[in-house]
Design a protein. Structure first.
Length: 151
């Protein structure tokens, strides 16, 4: 199963992120996960949102360049070595990780690693054969990390 992320190239300046979040908020699109990377004067926002196709269209119509990318959201154990096992399997098949990020669902139990790979079909087959669960778009968007904790 695959999910989607929106990748937005951005200038590294005040207000770049605010323009994106304001548009999505005004249209009631919920940001479920986000990473921001920068290098010098440029960078990227990678977002998982609850309605990626609509968000992609709205951003484009607002003049904000973006790409709707198919990604894998892989459920892994939250313990030392779990991520290494996953990426070693990908590397052994010459599958490149273009970008990725992760978060814990339940401490010491489960985490999700969201990954953009260069050989999507091969990665899906490899992960299924190895017994990994990949989340669908709906499953990823309904994740409730830390819901069991009291802050």
């Amino acid at each position: 199963m695959t999910s989607y992320q929106i990748t937005i190239p951005a200038e590294n300046r005040p207000g770049s992120l605010a323009a994106v979040t304001a548009l999505l908020a005004s249209e009631k699109i919920n940001i479920r996960a986000i990473t921001i990377t920068s290098f010098g004067e440029r960078g990227f926002f990678h977002l998982v949102v609850d309605d990626p196709k609509r968000a992609h269209t709205l951003l484009r119509e607002a003049g904000i360049s973006n790409e709707l990318k198919e990604v894998l959201a892989v459920l892994i154990d939250d313990k030392p070595g779990s991520l290494d096992m996953l990426v070693q399997q990908l590397a052994s098949e010459q599958i490149n990780c273009n970008n990725a990020y992760g978060f814990v669902l339940e401490s010491r139990k489960h985490a999700i690693f969201v990954i953009d790979v260069d050989k999507m079909d091969e990665a899906q087959k490899l992960l299924a054969k190895a017994g990994y669960k990949t989340l669908s778009e709906d499953e990823l968007n309904s994740v409730e990390p830390f819901h069991y904790m009291r802050y």
